[in-house]
Design a protein around this ligand. Structure first.
Ligand SMILES: O=C(O)CCC(=O)C(=O)O
Length: 251
């Protein structure tokens, strides 16, 4: 196992991985700005899911060979794209919108519950504008029973939250990223994000990957099955209906 893969296995995340150059991320930001102008901020906050199926730039980001190489080091050679999802937090002076502590795989219906996310910073993300926070090593403690958040403004799909007594927030680590950098986290890692109290937007694109041995026997929290697509290697399991690639793979 490489040193990087060992760190990921131990901590459950990697951060500040340099990925897109300033001009590349500038291009992708302009593409996002264009969707924002077309579909509105309300939609762009958390409503852009699996749009790699109809927006080529998202597909290009999700299949960028540099990201897939990084995922291969952690997951092995066979990689399927499960979904993509923007989390875009706008300036929020009343500090209402947040992401509660959760584990990704809890509500995705996957078996085994294994997935990996690359979080691409479309804008700079820091503590002031509500970057992601993680509890290092928390992916090793198994799936926690989630409750519902009592605080209004949770951006998660079914208001899920890990109960306070299970989260040692004194260990929370901020994933501050410059635009174009990525973090990667294990689907069982406890993570969250605070409200955006700055005057800057904080847009991140999550890219969700699984290995082909993972299936989806249950519906996800949105009541759906993922349109999972093989993007590298081989699928020897055929757990998902074959899904054509919507655009050519990024090169
Ligand atoms: O972007 C955020 O603030 C939260 C992202 C998140 O919860 C996730 O990647 O699952």
């Amino acid at each position: 196992m490489s040193q990087t893969a060992q760190t990921y296995a131990d901590q459950g995340f990697l951060t500040r991985v340099d990925l897109f150059s300033e001009s590349e991320i500038g291009h992708y930001r302009a593409c996002f700005d264009e969707i924002e102008a077309r579909e509105g901020r309300e939609k762009c906050q958390i409503g852009l899911q699996a749009r790699h199926l109809d927006e080529e730039f998202i597909w290009q980001m999700a299949t960028d060979p540099r990201i897939i190489d990084a995922m291969e080091e952690l997951m092995g050679p066979d990689i399927m794209l499960l979904s993509t999802h923007f989390f875009c937090k706008y300036p929020d002076p009343e500090a209402k919108k947040f992401v509660a502590w959760h584990q990704d795989v809890t509500y995705w219906g996957l078996q085994p519950p294994e997935a990996h996310t690359a979080w691409v910073a479309v804008d700079d993300a820091d503590a002031e504008n509500g970057c992601m926070r993680v509890i290092p090593g928390s992916h090793k403690t198994g799936i926690a029973t989630h409750g519902e958040s009592e605080r209004a403004g949770n951006l998660l799909s079914v208001n899920q939250e890990i109960p306070d007594e299970l989260v040692d927030t004194s260990q929370a680590f901020d994933l501050e990223l410059k635009a174009g950098q990525i973090s990667i986290h294990d689907g069982q890692l406890f993570h969250a994000s605070n409200p955006n109290t700055s005057d800057r937007r904080r847009c991140g694109l999550t890219l969700r990957y699984i290995a082909p041995h993972v299936s989806q026997p249950e519906l996800n929290s949105l009541g759906g099955k993922y349109p999972t697509i093989l993007i590298r290697g081989e699928d020897r399991y055929h757990n998902f209906p074959e899904q054509p690639q919507p655009f050519p793979l990024a090169s």
